[in-house]
Design a protein around this ligand. Sequence first.
Ligand code: ZN
Length: 271
Amino acid sequence: MKLIDVHAHLETKRFEKDLKEVVERARKKKMIVINAGVNPATNRRALEIAENPKYSDVVKVSFGMYPIDALAKEISSGEAEGFLRDVEKFDVDDEIKWIEKNKDKCVAIGEIGLDYNFEDYQTDEAREMQKKVFVKLLKLAKKIDKPVIIHSRKAELDAMEILEKEKTENVVMHCFSAKKSLIKRGVDNKWFFSVPPVITRLQHFQTLVEMVPLTQILTETDSPYLSPVAGERNEPANVSVTISEIAKIKKISEKEVAEQIWKNAEKVFGF
Ligand SMILES: [Zn+2]
């Protein structure tokens, strides 16, 4: 039985001391972990981890551009703490070129998307800038034929409309927190939804799992965030927590859940 974590941030400071042990626990569970960069610094750090022979059997990389980072302004929010983020300005087009040059080293483009959560970025102008960057990244993904892993926070409808307009087909909605009608819309579009271990604490994800066919579900952790236990650091091995929750909701065995989700991952990422 193989397990998949389609979205983690192992390059963050919170894994600096014990990354080896964290990856070993994932390896014991026969996992593949897709580690997501969010800006130039973390894309390179995530690539370094994925290319390190100590980790490369387990850890793969997806290159991304977090919507807020892409605005190239300083992040003032406390949420940025713990990231090895490069808050210096960077050129979006240069980074897109770098990703294209390194396309064979990544399994996906992400995380990318829209985020209307931060106070400083709620102007129309900032939203338009985010949308422009998002479209560029979707065009890149299409050009290099990679799936996209989408972050959308308080911006789900806009993100979905852009994905539809760009006719992006191979889509993973990560940590999707929109209302039921939008979940349904994503299901109809044949997109995938990746479910984090925080499902144990959030009814929303339980409802999502009820609504989405198992053939369109993936597992993620967003480590170190979204832990099944409040206040604890999350890690990829916690995917099994999500598997057991899904098994309960779908009323089938954990083995059946894990096998189908692995098949889904093979389909999306072409392993
Ligand atoms: Zn993330």
